[in-house]
Write a protein that binds this ligand. Sequence first.
Ligand code: CA
Length: 224
Amino acid sequence: MRILIIEDERKVAAFIQKGLEQEGYAVDVAHDGEEGAYQVENFDYDAAIVDLMLPKLPGLELLRRLRARDLGLPVLILSAKGAVENKVAGLDAGANDYLVKPFAFAELSARIRALLRRGAQESTTLRLADLEMNTATRTVTRAGRRIDLKQKEFSLLEFLLRNARRTVTRTMIIEHVWDIHFDSVSNVVDVHINTLRNKIDREFPTQLIHTIRGVGYMLTDERP
Ligand code: CA
């Protein structure tokens, strides 16, 4: 899951970025409204956190622009403006949620999870055959057996589960699981896939992670 933070207060942006990265998200930051609009229009994000008072392009204008272009990106407004009329204006401009600063990181994180669920129109459970992931408790089991994953492994498996039975390319994986500064020449995707295979597939009769030669990978319980 890749998230964009549009926030001109660098300390706040860095704080959120660090927290979300620790939870396994790929996170990019834009420090003004124009930069934010550019990134939203040119990269594929799963959610955005948008400040209202932004240089160059105010948050509300940015939102209207997004909605006018019919980009169905889930957006959470994060603002020091806590008055009811500000919240109403934000939600009317197309935000999906509104959180007032100062905020507790745990609440921001829970709201992001809720947004991502809403975006995907699904519950907290992702499932394929006997593999099950709970995105709220961040637990994974296969055939009822608990599997411990590191953050990036979890994010990678989540992306594969959300795209189960579809071929995903390395580029798609990089765009959703790693951030904009990622060096796409390295073989980090393959390395993480191998680690996942060891944890998810090795001790089970049915292989779920398949290599689609020359293209990428597919998570499936059928022959790809
Ligand atoms: Ca601001």
